[in-house]
Write a protein that binds this ligand. Sequence first.
Ligand code: SR1
Length: 364
Amino acid sequence: MNHARLVGAVLLLALAGCSQGTPATAPSTAPSASDSSDTSPAAAPAESAPARFASGDVTISLVRQLSSGDYFEQWLAGAQAQATALNVKLQVSSGDGNNDKQALNLEQAVNAKPDAIIVDHGFAQTVQPAIKKAVAAEIPLVAFDVDPGTSEAVSLTQDDHQIAEQALGALKAGTGGSGDVVYVYVAGFAPLDRRNETWTQFKKDNPGIKQVAQIGVVNSSTTSAVADQAKAALQANPGVKAIFAPYDEFAKGAALAVKELGLGDKVKIYGADVSTADIGVITAPGSPWVATSATDPANVGRVAVRAAALLAAGKDLDAALTVPPALITQKGLRDANITNVEQLTKAFPGLVTPDVARVPWVAP
Ligand code: SR1
């Protein structure tokens, strides 16, 4: 076995605490060959670029609801890198958490008649009127993590039910299926609403799990706001064993609270999303954040731009695109000495999904 193969084999063995695409009941399964089925080896482009792409005349408008925080920053970096690779101009706007501002940005994007639009998050009632106008103007549209209200748009999601199932599988294993839990949630965000559906069902299926408090805030300082709320919830409920925090800014806030209260041995956190900074928090000595279910956000940003480019080129695309998550555990990260997302995606090749919205004229 050569050195590179040996390192790869050791990494996969050490990651035995992590899984991808497995049911919640088996959170500690190592990645298997079939887990990586979404990853094809890099192939040469199958066709040449359409003339408008070759000449750099394609514009995609990216209209975001949120832009701060690890997840959204990594997602944008991936989208920009893919736009560069496709020779596409990516025009980016953000509502910075203000839904009216996002709706206005979307109206302006429609009026500018780009070759395609990506709507990234948003509340259905604020973005759907302008999405309707985009459809009427025959501007192809990709909706990520927001209900576009029309089958004319392509919907892109992470598999949010699976994200919650994987994290809750780890929570069930960690608590033995019973105990007081603090839940972090804000309604109205499509991915959080889908994860909430899974949490609601999980509580029915596991009557020993008792939700003693629900907290949550999404704003420009989500982490510190959630930290304050989590501190209060933990002080009011001294029996809490776990916090279900299915968004990394929530999980980081919860981790701060647990650390400040010195409860690291007693209270464990089960989260969602991953970034290099998150890996640092999860693997820090005494960290209560023991598992997270995540996609690679940069990969999801790349998928969104590829989907929009395909639509702009008049190609057919599935109406719904889904990017699957992987369960990442503190133990798996520590054992494999993973300190950043680059190392993580090498250990989990299935986190990169070149076959989701593959563009035939660029190498994935
Ligand atoms: C406020 S919504 C936050 C979520 O959006 C993306 O789906 C990320 O996974 C994040 O958890």
